[in-house]
Design a protein around this ligand. Structure first.
Ligand code: NI
Length: 185
């Protein structure tokens, strides 16, 4: 059975790490990947990166078109991904499970070309645009210790600067895991 992994919140050090390349043969992945996918869906995410659950590996999962009401799941696991080319520009509102209650407009490339390994070891080269490209860029940033709030203009950041500060202070005090109301205390 896949389990829900605890989500690390803003201020936790691992969210700022450049994560390590994953070894496709690592036996840890066998249980971990289903857990990561399960956690993404249970927390209503369209993407989830390893650092967000405290794991130092260049792996993220995504399902940009998933909506809980429709239950049409199509999860993708991207291992050691690379973004090779970025073109054009788009601006859209983003949020992040690790940065609760903050949403802001972020500038992203409109089109990207990227590659990754599947859990089966296949090397995939692909292109994405629009919303799918946003999700990939957001999750890929996580692998390099970058959060969407880093990409918000200084002026727009004023609105939630204090919120970030108090989250970071809580994390320093060891409150670095997101509590969900539906979870048993
Ligand atoms: Ni995120």
């Amino acid at each position: 059975m896949a389990k829900i992994l605890p989500i690390r919140i803003y201020g936790d050090e691992i969210l700022r790490k450049k994560l390590k390349e994953a070894d496709l043969k690592d036996p840890f992945l066998k249980q971990y990947l289903p857990d990561l996918i399960h956690t993404m869906y249970e927390r209503d995410g369209v993407g989830l990166a390893s650092s967000q659950v405290g794991v130092d590996l260049r792996i993220f999962v995504m399902d940009p078109w998933w909506a809980r009401e429709e239950e049409q799941k199509n999860p993708r696991v991207l291992i050691n991904p690379e973004i090779h080319d970025r073109q054009g520009e788009q601006i859209g509102e983003e949020g992040c499970l690790s940065v609760p209650d903050i949403f802001a407009n972020v500038n992203r490339a409109l089109k990207i070309s990227y590659s990754y390994y599947t859990p089966e070891g296949e090397h995939i080269q692909a292109e994405a645009e629009g919303y799918e490209a946003v999700v990939i860029q957001h999750e890929y940033d996580h692998l390099n210790g970058v959060l969407f709030t880093d990409r918000v203009s200084t002026l727009a950041k004023l609105k939630f600067k204090m919120k970030l500060k108090s989250m970071a202070a809580l994390a320093r005090d060891g409150v670095n895991i997101m509590q969900y109301p539906e979870d048993p205390q």
